[in-house]
Design a protein around this ligand. Structure first.
Ligand code: ASP
Length: 310
């Protein structure tokens, strides 16, 4: 028997991880537990960057991205820009189970969610709507949306994601990622979370990686796939995580004059290898992750290893 392990970002509430570990101890499978934890976070109104309560786009619409990857089969399901459904992660999983596709976007994703009877919900919480109104009042209505999206960046914007990687008693891995993306984004903007290889990659033979932070950086580096590829070719977990975090730090550190996509921002990668060893690697200090092993009564909070660009 393999040792069950759950790795999640530091913002995921302990109770959600503890419940997931209870399920794993009773023999639940990695994908079921990853989906269960993601659903709990999607319902949490205090989490302003995932599911209900997530910050909306420039038009005040909450657009949700999610993906799930089964490390045993390399089966994948993802949705991007999904509006009006309570559990994007479950819609993503059903894309994996029911369709000959891996990713649905926007109206197509909503049509599929409707077709499978996924629960509808107005995902804009009163707090998130108030934050959006405050930002819009600051940036004004002058100019095109493309101009306003840059002004909104200057006002300040939040972003975050739920990352969870689960190893079950069979040694199977599953990685799930769900987010409302970057606050006040241009409508239709898709981050790294639903893009397999960018924000999520999982192969039970080698390991899994999930990303958080400025998605554009993880997309440009195929960050999650890179980590798992390095594990596949024999790199130790620590070296693989540091290498990809270093590349993210270099990209995020490029000056605005050289690269107009540059943001003063951060990224973090969570990694689990096939044996259940874990690590977190970040481009700024003070970012955390949580890990719970089968014998642990509660998850432990650990600081991600800060990696600078050099
Ligand atoms: N990676 C997410 C995105 O870019 C946001 C985040 O994790 O902060 O959509």
């Amino acid at each position: 028997m393999a040792e069950p392990v759950i790795l999640a970002n530091g913002e995921v509430k302990d109770g959600f991880i503890v419940e997931g570990m209870q399920a794993l101890r009773s023999g639940a499978r990695a994908c079921d537990v990853a989906e269960q934890i993601a659903r709990a976070v999607e319902d949490d109104p205090e989490e302003h960057t995932v599911g209900y309560g997530g910050f909306p786009n420039l038009l005040g619409e909450v657009e949700l991205d999610a993906s799930i990857m089964d490390g045993d089969t390399l089966h994948v399901g993802a949705v991007a820009g999904l509006k009006g459904f309570r559990h994007p992660i479950s819609v993503a999983r059903q894309v994996m189970v029911r369709l000959p596709h891996v990713l649905l976007v926007g109206e197509g994703a909503a049509r599929f969610a409707e077709e499978i009877g996924a629960e509808r919900r107005d995902m804009l919480s009163p707090e998130a709507a108030a934050a959006w109104r405050a930002c819009m009042a600051q940036i004004g209505t002058a100019g095109s949306l493309s101009e306003r999206v840059w002004r909104a960046r200057q006002v300040g914007y939040g972003h975050d994601t739920m990352n969870v990687i689960v190893r079950d008693a069979h040694g199977s891995l599953c990685a799930a990622v769900t987010t409302s993306g970057v606050a006040w984004k241009y409508p239709g903007r898709v981050g790294d979370s639903p893009l397999i290889g960018a924000g999520n990659y999982c192969d039970s033979r080698y390991g899994a990686a999930a990303c958080m932070g400025l998605g554009e950086a993880a997309i440009r580096l195929a960050a999650a796939a890179q980590v798992v590829t390095l594990l596949r070719v024999g790199w130790p977990l620590d070296a693989a995580g540091r290498e990809v975090a270093r590349q993210l730090a270099q990209l995020l550190g490029v000056s605005a004059a050289e690269d107009p996509m540059r943001q003063v921002d951060w990224a973090r990668v969570l990694v689990m290898d096939a044996d259940g060893a874990v690590g977190g690697f970040a481009t700024r200090p003070g970012l955390h992750y949580k890990v719970q092993r089968a014998q642990d009564p509660i998850p432990y909070l650990r600081e991600a290893c800060f990696v600078d660009p050099s």
